[in-house]
Structures are given as structure tokens and as C-alpha cells.
Design a protein around this ligand. Structure first.
Ligand SMILES: *[C@@H]1O[C@H](CO)[C@@H](O)[C@H](O)[C@H]1NC(C)=O
Length: 188
């Protein structure tokens, strides 16, 4: 009887542990930042962003040379996985489809990035209210020792290197892109 009871506890504990692990069973470490020039001209410059320090946070500046309105400017976010860390990145069927700048910022940026930002502390990017902000004014924006809060990210993401690349388009022509490469591992 004693044995039977302790087995029940063991099973219950395992189920609970499995449930907790399924919640978010990975660790994310920032690996590097990448920047890409535009096709004909570069209007968004991300080449001064770097991963710094022991915490591997994002640091540097992001320059928008134009006011980015909803009519001429769009962006998309593509996700790539390199499971074996051998430079072989494959496009994943996730991400953000190309959409007008202000709509996209209001929908995705506000949910995914903005919770990690505090105006005047780790960035001078303007706070975007629920109703949106348009245009995003041209400026040199800083990110200071920024670590993204990933609590709201999906439960399952592939292990290995994960690249999130944001490309900006002006009248549907690529005018610059930046990417964050992260290493996804199982918890130790
Ligand atoms: C962080 O970025 C700022 C602005 O570009 C720079 O002055 C500073 O030296 C950077 N810090 C580190 C640790 O690289």
C-alpha cells in the first residue's frame, strides 16, 4: 500500500514537471546582430547594434533616415532556423507578413518588443499607444543593454540558432534590414 501511494505521488510529480516544462522548455541567449544594406539605397541603418556584456544584451543605435508612414513604408519579419549551427539557415513558416509600417508596429511591436522597453532608460524609441503612432519619426534611436522579455513567446521553438530578420521596405523596395541571432537550448 505504501509503495502504491508513493508511486501515485511520483506519477503526479512527473505529470506536473512535464506540464511545467511544456510551458516554455527552452533557454534563449543572444548570439549576434546582423545588418543588411537596402537593395538600391539604405534608409534604415542597423549596423551599430551589437550584443555586449556577460548578459549578452543588445546595445547600440538604429537610424531611421525617413519618417516612416503607413503609405510608403512596410516591414516584414522572417524567422530562420539553423539547427546544427553550421550556417545553414532555413526559412520557417512563421513570422510577420509584409505589412504597412504603422499597422505592423501597432500590432506586433507593441506586443512583442515594447514590453521590454522603458523610454529614457533603455531606449528613446517613442512609446506606441494602443491606438498606434504614425508616422514613426526619423531619428537615431538607441537601445541600451536591452534584453527581450520572452515570456510571451511560443512554447515551442526549434533548438539551435534562430534568426529573426526585420526588413524595411519603401514603396515595396528593400531599404535595409537588421537581424537578431539567438541560440536556443534545452534548460540545463
Ligand atoms: C553601447 O552603445 C552606446 C551607443 O552606441 C556606446 O556608446 C557604448 O559604448 C556601448 N556599450 C558597450 C558596452 O558596447
Amino acid at each position: 500500500m505504501q509503495f502504491y501511494k508513493s508511486n501515485i505521488f511520483l506519477v503526479a510529480w512527473l505529470v506536473l514537471a512535464a506540464y511545467c516544462l511544456a510551458e516554455q522548455s527552452y533557454e534563449i541567449i543572444n548570439e549576434r546582430m546582423e545588418s543588411y544594406p537596402g537593395l538600391q539605397e539604405t534608409r534604415v541603418i542597423a549596423d551599430n547594434l551589437k550584443i555586449v556584456g556577460r548578459e549578452r544584451s543588445m546595445n547600440g543605435t538604429l537610424i531611421f533616415l525617413d519618417d516612416c508612414d503607413n503609405e510608403h513604408y512596410k516591414f516584414d519579419i522572417k524567422l530562420y532556423s539553423d539547427p546544427n549551427d553550421d550556417g545553414n539557415f532555413k526559412l520557417l513558416p512563421m513570422g510577420v507578413p509584409r505589412m504597412p509600417m504603422c499597422d505592423g508596429l501597432r500590432t506586433y511591436y507593441v506586443q512583442v518588443v515594447q514590453p521590454s522597453l522603458t523610454y529614457g532608460v533603455n531606449t528613446n524609441l517613442p512609446h506606441i499607444p494602443a491606438e498606434g503612432l504614425c508616422p514613426l519619426p526619423k531619428d537615431e534611436y538607441y537601445l541600451k543593454n536591452l534584453l527581450l522579455d520572452t515570456d510571451t513567446w511560443p512554447n515551442q521553438i526549434p533548438r539551435g540558432l534562430l534568426k529573426a530578420k526585420m526588413t524595411i521596405f519603401k514603396d515595396d523596395i528593400d531599404v535595409g534590414a537588421g537581424a537578431l541571432v539567438m541560440k536556443i537550448t534545452d534548460p540545463k
